[in-house]
Design a protein around this ligand. Structure first.
Ligand code: AMP
Length: 209
């Protein structure tokens, strides 16, 4: 099964993807995670991406499409993928269609986790992430990761100014993908403003899992 996760930053895509990975064994590809690791390791990609990410802007399409073209051909993707944070523009969506059709692996669904933007500002500014395992938590959870005990930190781009820009960018460049996938008859919309386990029950039901 190949799934695109759609939704504003902070809608809960990463949380739902983690649940799908642990329960269904799908391969999770998060372009944001790949880019953060590239920035941390100061690779060529990381150096090119950093300033866009710090500002909450999108990294140029060519860089992301090249990155995904390679990643999607790796062996761990053969049973299916959950794409989290890609595509984010119509150009990327068209490129993904080409990549998947060349591999003979059609997309099964575009799952929109739908959350009101004002709810998202509060969610993101209090979001924390584990330095070790990438688990997602909140400021109220304290400094240690509930999953592995690692140190929780606030992402550089989870401050209010950058969050508001990321939401603007989502509205302008990414939300048109909702209509794109509706037109392909692949769109499934889920109310994401609920407890993550309740959202996940809906996700599974809508995917027939
Ligand atoms: P995320 O973790 O998905 O919120 O992504 C963090 C940041 O990485 C974004 O604000 C962008 O700067 C960059 N990014 C991640 N995925 C993409 C993408 N598909 N296209 C362009 N930029 C991306």
């Amino acid at each position: 099964m190949n799934i695109v996760l759609l939704g504003a930053p902070g809608a809960g895509k990463g949380t739902q993807a983690a649940k799908l990975v642990s329960q269904e064994g799908l391969c999770h590809i998060s372009t944001g995670d790949i880019l953060r690791s590239a920035v941390k390791n100061e690779t060529e990609l990381g150096k090119k991406a950093k300033s866009y990410m710090d500002a909450g802007d999108l990294v140029p399409d060519e860089l992301i499409i090249d990155l995904m073209r390679e990643r999607i051909q790796e062996p761990d993707t053969s049973k299916g993928v959950i794409l989290d944070g890609f595509p984010r523009t119509t150009t990327q969506a068209v490129a993904l269609d080409t990549m998947l059709s060349e591999l003979g692996r059609p997309l099964d669904a575009a799952l929109l986790i739908d959350v009101d933007p004002e709810v998202i500002v509060g969610r993101l500014t209090s979001r924390r992430m584990c330095k070790e395992c990438g688990a997602i938590g909140t400021a109220a959870d304290g400094d240690a990761c509930k999953a592995c005990g690692g140190e929780m930190y606030q992402r550089d781009d989870d401050n209010e100014t950058t969050v508001r820009n990321r939401l603007d960018v989502y509205e302008k460049l990414t939300s048109p993908l909702i209509d794109y996938y509706r037109g392909c008859d692949l769109l499934i919309s889920i109310d994401g403003d609920r407890d993550p386990d309740v959202v996940f029950a809906d996700v599974k039901k809508s995917l027939g899992l």
